[in-house]
Write a protein that binds this ligand. Structure first.
Ligand code: DAH
Length: 344
């Protein structure tokens, strides 16, 4: 029995010394010192030996098992190192190669301006209302007091779809009616929202006009809102957006959905009102249109114009971005030219 044990030991030790892969090592382990391995099984038979042989055999069998376990550990370590070296060799990993730089994304300049605008209006209590890009003629025009054959339609070159009455919105103003109907609770609640988003016009694309562009509409409805609220609020916005010493001017204008209506100018951000190429030597830059919400529009939103009033405005973030950064061509915004985008 003891001879058989020594024989097994020699054989196992020889085999182990020749092993070069971890799979073969696993097999060797199972066959010798594993739960059902030959050495383990022998050790278990100790109890069946005659009493006088038991002690010596048990001692030697345990010794052998320990020796083989130790040898197995050392072999395992060696094989792991060899396999690692081999995989490095095969994989041709050059650990001295500098890492690849992951390009960090950034926000589009128009998005940055939009977010700046949201922050300022949020501080003044206006929440963002996202209206739809595809509108009905009724929403985009009629409910804003522009009937089908009104000459004011000439101001908006329109994309008509093949579905009658469905168009791409030409401005964010239809969102006013959506917001009033959704938040006004049947003309009983005040509203303060801004409505940002893409607008579409069927225009010739030039340095100054694109077929798509963003607008940010604003709407405030309340029981006692007056023209002075409009002027004060827009002046505050202009100062937060363009600097505290900005002057603001309101020029009488016409929009069918406001009465009275005005256009808003700020002193030129480049020349501070002295006159330069950007402001065409006038000292002023136009940033948008505004006015008191027309009674017909209030009614279309569910409000009684005898009790409720409001102001509205519409500004162009791309135009503001152009003014701020001296960008001379609006086509850069959507042409996806990285030479332009990387500058922001
Ligand atoms: N919707 C107008 C446009 O696209 C801009 C505008 C003017 C919006 C006056 C308003 C406003 O809310 O009161 O030209």
């Amino acid at each position: 029995m003891l001879d058989r044990l020594e024989e097994l030991y020699r054989q196992a030790a020889d085999d182990l010394a020749r092993i070069t892969s971890s799979e073969a090592l696993r097999e060797w382990e199972l066959g010798t010192i594993g739960r059902k391995g030959e050495i383990t099984l022998m050790l278990r038979q100790t109890g069946q030996l005659p009493p006088e042989e038991r002690a010596a055999f048990g001692k030697r069998a345990n010794e052998i098992k320990n020796l083989l376990t130790q040898a197995h550990l050392e072999r395992e370590e060696l094989i792991r190192e060899q396999e690692l070296a081999r995989s490095m060799e095969e994989g041709q990993v050059d650990v001295t190669l500098p890492g690849r730089v992951t390009p960090v994304g950034r926000l589009h300049p128009a998005t940055r301006t939009l977010r700046e605008i949201y922050d300022i209006w949020a501080e003044m209590g206006f929440q963002v209302y996202r209206s739809r890009d595809v509108e009905t003629d009724e929403m985009n025009f009629e409910l804003l007091n522009i009937p089908p054959h009104h000459p004011a339609r000439d101001m908006w070159d329109t994309f008509y779809t093949t579905t009658p009455g469905v168009i791409l919105r030409t401005h964010t103003s239809p969102g006013q009616v959506h917001a009033m109907r959704e938040y006004g609770a049947g003309g009983t609640k005040p509203i303060r929202v801004i409505l940002p988003g893409m607008c579409y016009r069927y225009e010739q694309i030039t340095a100054r006009s694109e077929v798509q562009f963003n607008q940010v509409e604003g709407l405030a409805i309340g029981p006692r809102i007056r023209m002075t609220d409009l002027k004060g609020t827009l002046t505050e916005f202009a100062r937060r957006m363009f600097g505290a010493d900005r002057q603001v001017r309101f020029r009488a204008s016409h929009f069918p959905f406001t009465e009275p209506s005005a256009e808003v100018d700020v002193t030129c951000i480049l020349c501070q009102g002295q006159g330069c190429g950007v402001c065409k030597h006038s000292g002023w830059l136009e940033i948008g249109g505004c006015g008191m919400v027309h009674p017909a529009v209030l009614r279309n939103g569910g409000y009684d114009p005898a009790v409720w009033s409001g102001f509205a405005f519409g500004i162009g973030p791309e135009r503001i971005t152009m003014l701020k950064h001296g960008i001379e061509d609006i086509r850069y915004f959507w042409s996806n030219d990285l030479r332009f985008l990387n500058q922001f």
